[in-house]
Design a protein around this ligand. Structure first.
Ligand code: XMP
Length: 546
């Protein structure tokens, strides 16, 4: 399977490069920009992309392994990546008087035919590179999203520019401000863009990337979910042998799909699935997860009912951090107790539904400058740590993005309801019931949330929204039901759009839907007296209220 390697120098959009290429059916892998490369590059590697960076090449910016320039593979430098290639090969890069940011028009100046590439002996043209260049530039001639004169809008964000081209570099496109925007080398398969083709604001961005991946690198689209399943089948089976594998299921998409994948690729007799019903789940969640996994052939599904333990531990607590800590500790305690109770042999493997993005967010997997985003959410478990130390951890989704996991789930036959489900936080309803958590409040919130979500689905809004849920406020307010005074709880509805949960925009709810949903909730959930809609973005608010 052909592969493109992306060297990550810390740009916010490196992930998007990987996404776009995978969406074209080609496997893309991101590694830190300055990672050492093996002497022999694998034959499936067809090209290397150097990403953008917030740094400068003449400052703190990292440099790639020199082998990148010597390996003979096609290179595409994007923004800093281009500056890096130019600087490392004898060109000059300097600060702009003013940073260029946003949509900038780029005009292509030359055609392949005007490319007078020379062969290394200095005689005539280099027909091979000329052909590559012709194919690369074909990405710019796509009609869509371009202006009539062949110029197009590109997204830029740079404080430096190329002020002298390295020997062999030629400019093929220029920005409206007069800076080099599209470059290629005369004899080497090197290309560069000052703008970001991976960002949707760049018209023709996909076509340009595709021209590099297919036209220049000659990749064949072979990255399919079926193939992924086959690869997991071989790698996981080789690692685990006939030993038991235990997967901790949260009820969310990731762990359920991980369960489905293990059941499909291993002997179901080997696979143990453990799920904790904390009493802080959404309405009907345990039943849906159980039915879904049983349908997929689960033979050892261990459901631990521990509502009393969780609600008991939460009694009297109203501080958000105190609640989170108690829940985290209890998860760990119950997990250890229940795993011990299963009596699996020491040789068992522990599986987790970790995604590619989880690795990135935790700063573990890829990208030197990847920031820690979510560690405060994740319960560090001694059991997981111990198993990791023994080399007995399996993370069969660790090369997938969230929407790939959804695609995989569908392929494996996971219920649509689970596959489409919005994210849900580990501490569950406890962080959506502000103040003290009681069983009564959990039931009220579960009911109101279910009405809300059901209505979103009926109205065709659910899939437009990244995450929607209801929050029970520690407030009651006066209303009237029939002729009688009602003193009901106040409920907040939240609906956001987002790419990854790191930032979020308020979903612009059609007001009629909002009003009708509010009426339905107050009419059917008797303890709710009033409904409000949360119009806060992240930042400064977070998605959850606690
Ligand atoms: P915040 O509230 O930080 O949430 O904006 C971002 C995303 O993470 C989810 N979330 C959690 N997920 N354990 C989790 O597994 C947690 O403790 C947790 N807290 C928040 C939240 O639902 C949103 O999708």
């Amino acid at each position: 399977m052909d592969k493109i390697l992306i060297l990550d120098f810390g740009s916010q959009t490196t992930q998007l490069i990987g996404r776009r290429i995978r969406d074209m059916g080609v496997y893309a892998e991101i590694i830190p920009g300055d990672a050492s490369l093996t002497a022999e590059l694998p034959p499936e590697l067809k090209g290397i992309i150097l990403s953008g960076s917030p740094e400068s090449v003449y400052g703190q910016g990292a440099a790639p392994d020199r082998k990148v320039y010597d390996c003979g593979l096609p290179l595409l430098g994007i923004c800093y990546g281009l500056q890096r290639m130019n600087y490392d090969n004898g060109g000059k890069v300097e600060a702009l008087p003013k940073k260029e940011y946003g949509r900038i028009t780029v005009t292509i100046e030359g055609e392949a035919s005007c490319f007078r590439g020379r062969d290394p002996n200095g005689s005539g043209e280099d027909p091979v590179q000329q052909e590559r260049l012709r194919r690369f530039l074909s990405g710019f001639s796509a009609k869509e999203a371009g202006n009539r004169d062949g110029s197009f809008t590109a997204w830029m964000s740079h404080g430096d520019t190329l002020t002298a081209l390295a020997p062999g570099f030629r400019q093929f496109g220029v920005s409206e401000t007069g800076y080099p925007a599209v470059l290629a080398h005369e004899t080497k398969p090197w290309f560069g863009l000052q703008f970001h083709p991976e960002v949707t604001h760049t018209g023709k961005g996909n076509e340009i990337l595709a021209a590099f991946v297919f036209g220049v690198c000659n990749c064949t689209a072979g990255w399919t979910m079926e193939q992924y399943v086959e690869e997991v089948r071989m790698s996981v089976a080789a690692k685990t042998g006939t030993n038991p594998v235990l997967l901790l299921i949260s009820g969310g998409v990731d762990s359920t799909v991980a369960g489905a994948l293990l059941l499909k690729t291993l002997n179901p007799d080997q696979v143990h699935l453990m799920y904790m019903d904390t009493g802080l789940m959404r309405k009907g969640e345990t039943g849906t997860v159980k039915a879904s996994l049983e349908k997929l052939g689960a033979k050892h599904l261990h459901i631990v009912y521990c509502e009393d333990e969780f609600l008991g531990a939460l009694r009297g607590l109203d501080d958000p951090e105190a609640k989170r800590k108690v829940i985290g500790d209890l998860f760990i305690g119950i997990q250890e107790r229940e795993v011990a109770r299963l009596g699996l042999p020491e040789t068992y493997f522990l599986a987790q539904g970790t995604l590619y993005t989880d690795l990135i967010e935790s700063g573990k997997g890829v990208g030197k400058k990847a920031h820690l985003i979510k560690s405060h959410h994740n319960v560090g478990s001694p059991l997981v740590d111990a198993k990791r130390k023994q080399g007995k951890i399996i993370e069969p989704l660790d090369r997938l993005y969230k929407d790939e996991v959804r695609r995989l789930g569908r392929l494996l036959g996971v219920d649509e309801e689970v596959v489409r489900r919005h994210p849900f936080p580990g501490p569950g309803l406890a962080v959506r019931i502000l103040g003290e958590v009681t069983k009564e409040k959990c039931d009220i919130l579960r009911e109101a949330d279910a009405v809300y979500i059901e209505e979103l689905k009926k109205r065709g809004l659910y899939d437009e929204i990244w995450q929607a849920f209801a929050v029970l406020l520690p407030l009651r307010s006066v209303g009237v039901a029939g002729d009688v005074r009602k003193y009901g709880w106040v409920l907040a509805l939240r609906a956001i759009t987002s790419a990854d949960g790191m930032t979020a925009d308020v979903y612009p709810f059609p007001s009629q839907d909002l009003i009708e949903i509010s009426t339905l909730i107050t009419n059917t959930v008797k303890d709710i007296g009033r409904v409000t809609y949360d119009i806060s973005s992240k930042p400064p608010a977070t998605i959850e209220w606690e």
